[in-house]
Ligand binder design. Sequence first.
Ligand SMILES: [Mn+2]
Length: 322
Amino acid sequence: MSTYCIGDIHGCYDEFMALLDLVKFNPKTDFLLTTGDVIGRGPKPIETLNFLLKYQDRIISVLGNHDLSLLRNYHLYSELKDAASKEKFLFNLKASELKKIINEKNGTEMISFLRNCPMTFWDRRHNLFISHAGLSPEWNIFDAMKNGNHVEQLLRSEHFGILMENMFSDRQCRWAPIKAEIQNNFAQKQFKTSIHYRRHMDYEDGIYDYMSLYPSLELDRCIYTINALTRMRFCYTDLSLDFDCKDKPKENKNRNLKPWYDYPNSQFKNSQTIIFGHWAALEGKNPADNIIALDTGCVWNGSLSLINIEAPAKRYSVKANQ
Ligand SMILES: [Mn+2]
């Protein structure tokens, strides 16, 4: 039994299969983790999603910005009432995934699979954390897991639509003010005893409906979380996230910007390992032994990479077909 982690597949199904063949991946005994962006830009999103669906008991895929973008397009499309505006919406869409998925018999299954994917993954035994973009310099792993869980709750709830409509915003780029606001609200003594509070304890597993209690604050929290976990590359010296620069770190000319992993994070320990994708310009060069960059740009004619989490230093790769 082995557990592998693969970088951003981006619908490059042929390379995906070639790489699993290379390590003789056995879906009966092995496990597969992915760094997200399983679709987006690449040629075979349907085949890729069908494979993930087929072996969903053996695969955990954290969500990437392209995966979320597909969910957003799906939501906006579903909200349209008449055929003409639906058609127009699809026509104007740059990404082709939604068009393909709605023509599939199991298209809704694919969407519901993505809505149930996690934002983060944590393996206690290996002290190993995975997210699409990495770990915010304002967070420890627990913060990332906890706030990621808030996003996961919304994705699966009746608040899905409001999250989709608001999520791609650059405004929520710093955690500290959101954290202060949360602490401020939760410090209010009457909170725990109020009828209002009890009314919203409507999840069986004891997770409160924060979205009904504090809609704008909960949205801010979740948008920051999506920004940090799926869009982050560089951060400014005040730790705010940048959303524009996709350069290689060495080619970046802006002195106020450093890669997220270059800011000292006292809460992140050397014994912990982070695996992330998203940043193809890093070309898979690990920033540190325990910070592993796994997106090697298969969809940009680079390669697709995979590691065995027992021995993350060794990489397996296949070159892009095109
Ligand atoms: Mn990405």
